[in-house]
Design a protein around this ligand. Structure first.
Ligand code: SAH
Ligand code: SF4
Length: 401
């Protein structure tokens, strides 16, 4: 009798066969190289074949090589032997009364991320995507910060979040009129600038005119302030920049966003001022979470005006979303309004955003006996929905065209 050891069920064990490359995570240039290297397509035809496959994936949204009808049957079969074009599994899908949609997506065993679509944000609607599972930074008001980093997402996994949203919104082909998904915000789980390679590839893919074709002006990357990567972010992606500021002096920001100890405000502001392409039509967004009695005094509003003086900027005031175990409280509404009024008077647009999708959050929040993960997931959704509100409803970037 022979006994075989099934390592596939052992946590952390390497799979016996490496997963095939998912072509959805390749930029068009990478696709040319990979198809050429694989020997599946003829050398001289690689560019044309790559564009064909790319269009099937990102213009038509297919998930099976068999659907690529203008590719020879034999080539399709050979592609299918080596590569994959499937979507990750959707563990949970929720739709709020206000149209907010949330998907919990499983990228692999124990690797789950949330993606939220918020209607009526940006030009038509925004998708809030995650770049990492968990986060290495421990911002004291952020629930994700309490979850250790599991791993970076690949470009394919970032793009898959967009594809899944488009499947659900019936947004294929990508040039459909009246698209509901017009903007992308990297404001989900994780710090995008600690995964810049995959984030930049994903932005290349999502913005490619042969595919999903969401303009780079409608893609916003939010960072807690990884200063050395700002220049590269601008150069590689030409994305809109959002900065999680939350404080106007180093002593407080050191507590709220501990990364500030490494890159203090003076360095951060200098990095922002040098961000490629900043102009009145491409303003930086400052995110400022309103924490009662912590960072919400009128003196701090004035200090904020001083700090961002001369920068083409807008400020988004985000009511704090409390979570179990957190010591902070959200500022009173009147305080938030008074804070915003000072910014407005100084010429800075400063919308206050209420979270969307409260009803589906409430449903999740009722799952008191469920695991911590479920509750964390509900809280995360609230944060993400609030975050995506950083886009002005009428701010579609057209003026930058
Ligand atoms: N790591 C990146 C992007 C993801 S966090 C960053 O920090 O910018 C997206 C936004 O959610 C950040 O502005 C963060 O400060 C904010 N946020 C996190 N937890 C929050 C909470 N409980 N209430 C309100 N905003 C929160
Ligand atoms: Fe990470 Fe952003 Fe949360 Fe800070 S606010 S812990 S950087 S996800």
């Amino acid at each position: 009798m022979s006994v075989t050891l099934d390592l596939s069920r052992v946590s952390g064990a390497a799979p016996a066969v490496p997963a095939p490359i998912n072509l959805s995570g390749l930029t068009r240039a990478q696709m040319v190289a990979v198809l050429t290297e694989s020997g599946v397509v003829e050398h001289g035809k690689a560019k044309m074949r790559a564009t064909q496959v790319f269009r099937w994936l990102h213009h038509r949204g297919v998930t099976d090589f068999a659907q690529m009808t203008d590719v020879a049957k034999e080539t399709r079969a050979r592609l299918a032997e080596r590569f994959s074009v499937s979507r990750p599994e959707i563990v949970e899908r929720q739709v709020s009364k206000d149209g907010t949609r949330k998907w919990l997506i499983r990228m692999g065993p124990g690797i789950e991320v949330e993606t939220v679509y918020i209607p009526s944000v940006g030009r038509a609607g925004a998708l809030c995507v995650s770049s990492q599972v968990g986060c290495t930074l421990n911002c004291s008001f952020c629930h994700t910060g309490t979850q250790a980093l599991v791993r970076n997402l690949t470009a394919a996994e970032i793009v898959a979040q967009v594809q899944i949203a488009k499947d659900d919104l019936a947004e294929w082909p990508s040039d459909k009129d009246d698209r509901l998904l017009s903007n992308i915000v990297f404001m989900g789980m994780g710090e995008p600038l600690y995964n810049l390679g995959s984030v930049a590839d994903a932005i290349d893919i999502i913005s490619d005119n042969e595919g999903i074709a969401i303009s780079r002006r409608r893609i916003t990357v939010s960072t807690s302030g990884v200063v050395p990567q700002l220049q590269a972010l601008g150069e590689k992606t030409q994305a809109m920049l959002a900065i999680s500021l939350h404080a106007t002096n180093d002593a407080l920001r050191d507590v709220l966003v501990p990364l500030n100890k490494k890159y203090p405000l003076a360095q951060l502001m200098a990095g922002i001022r040098a961000y490629p392409g900043l102009s009145n039509a491409r303003r930086v967004t400052f995110e400022y979470v309103m924490l009662k009695g912590v960072n919400d005094s009128l003196d701090e509003a004035r200090a904020l005006v001083k700090l961002i003086k001369g920068l083409p900027a807008k400020v988004n005031l985000i009511p704090f979303n409390p979570w179990p175990g957190s010591d902070y409280q959200c500022s009173d509404w009147a305080t938030i309004e008074a804070f915003g009024a000072i910014l407005n008077k100084a010429g800075y647009s400063s919308p206050i955003r209420t979270p969307r999708g409260r009803d589906i959050l409430a449903a999740c929040g009722q799952l008191k006996s469920e695991s911590e993960k479920v509750r964390a997931s509900a809280l995360r959704q609230l944060s993400m929905a609030a975050m995506a509100g950083v886009l002005d409803d009428d701010d579609d970037g057209d003026e930058a065209a």
